[in-house]
Design a protein around this ligand. Structure first.
Ligand SMILES: Cc1ncc(COP(=O)(O)O)c(C=O)c1O
Length: 365
């Protein structure tokens, strides 16, 4: 009898991006910048920091399972508390969805090279994991609809998508939804919602609710709280009730919940972060194009660049590292010829572009 099931033994553990400090030590350099994990380069929301400091004296007490944040979100989105869940990041909620709804014979369906966090979670459940190719780096929703079968239980869609940064429209989603049976649960991952919400082509899923759709959002990106682990989800109360049965009772932590509630009200920080990102995206996309690179237009806080092949992509990533610029190789996602670059501060973006020029020259792109 093996110690672990074969579907666990064959998995590779998630490898977090390398930190700036690690790269500085490894290459004997200073001021390395990390543009690899789509974090907010402005730091955490100041209001969230204040709120965490204020609740520190109560950390001897157990948290209340996210009830305070759920109540605030329900009020803000005009829902019942029963329609809202809070967890340790949106990935924490995703892991609860996998545990609560999948049986051994069920299948998961999504795009190729989907967000790595979802891939790891779904594959660790040992069910069949099926994908369809991208169409010009967008979800091919008609192909996905055609792949639904009697075993399909969960369909995962990220809008905007990671790692491509692309979006699908309301019209495309509605067309797709007509083919989805009620027994199939759609995870609509809106981790980058705030970056796309002002684009008229972007559909805010809170404006069209379906009973078999769960919307996931996070404080890890625009609110700058990736290290705190706080995310939330909206769905039909029956779905939420089942998720609450498998959720760790004291998740999210007291600090995470306080940070999330305060960050929601930090409109000034949100605004500043959006402006910086819009400027950064414009600059990175235009400059990479000028360098002759294949760039995918993005609605999030990162851009994906496709290089000639996997060897060139690995070489560029390594050369950028020696220049103190950490970007994300996408081999683990299933796209070894691509890399993903997050927007940084204005200074970070300039440094990234200068380093990219050098790396491309060295790799003779
Ligand atoms: C599409 C997508 N979903 C979810 C997450 C994870 O968010 P969280 O930090 O809330 O778990 C990420 C983070 O990179 C992401 O890109």
């Amino acid at each position: 009898m093996p110690l672990v099931p074969p579907y666990i033994a064959s998995l590779r553990a998630y490898e977090p991006g390398r930190s700036a400090e690690e790269i500085e030590r490894a290459f004997g350099i200073t001021h390395a910048i990390k543009l690899a994990s789509n974090e907010n380069p402005l730091g955490p929301s100041p209001r969230a920091l204040e709120a965490m400091a204020q609740c520190a004296a109560r950390l001897n007490l157990y948290p209340n399972g996210g009830l305070d944040l759920r109540t605030v979100l329900a009020r803000e989105f005009d829902l019942k508390v029963e329609n809202v869940i809070a967890g340790s990041g949106s990935e924490g909620i995703m892991s609860n969805i996998i545990r609560a709804f999948l049986c051994d014979e069920d299948e998961v369906l999504t795009t190729e090279a989907a967000f790595i966090g979802f891939q790891v979670l779904a594959k660790s459940r040992g069910v069949k994991y099926r994908t369809v190719p991208y169409k010009a780096w967008h979800y091919d929703l008609s192909a996905l609809a055609a792949e639904i079968n009697d075993h399909t239980k969960i369909i995962y869609l990220a809008n905007p998508n990671n790692p491509t940064g692309t979006i699908f429209t309301r019209h495309e989603f509605d067309d797709f939804y007509r083919h989805v049976p009620e027994r199939v649960l759609i995870i609509l991952d809106e981790a980058y919602f705030e970056y796309a919400k002002d684009n008229p082509r972007y559909p805010d899923s809170m404006h069209y609710r379906y009973d078999n759709v769960i919307t996931l959002r996070t404080f890890s990106k625009i609110y700058g709280l990736a290290g705190v682990r706080i995310g939330y989800g909206f769905a039909h109360e029956e779905l939420i009730a089942n998720l609450l049965k498998v959720k760790l009772p004291f998740e999210p932590s007291t600090l995470a919940q306080a940070a999330g509630i305060a960050a929601l009200s930090d409109k000034e920080f949100l605004h500043r972060s959006l402006e910086l990102n819009a400027r950064g995206l414009r600059l990175l996309i235009a400059s990479f194009q000028e360098m002759g690179l294949q760039v995918v237009p993005s609605e999030a806080n990162f851009v994906m660049v496709e290089l000639a092949d996997s060897i060139q992509a690995a070489r560029v990533v390594d050369d950028l590292l020696t220049l103190g610029v950490i970007v994300r190789p996408l081999k683990s996602f299933g796209l070894p010829q691509c890399i993903r670059i997050s927007t940084g501060t204005d200074g970070d973006n300039q440094r990234c572009l200068a380093a990219m020029q050098k790396a491309l020259l060295a790799a003779k792109v």
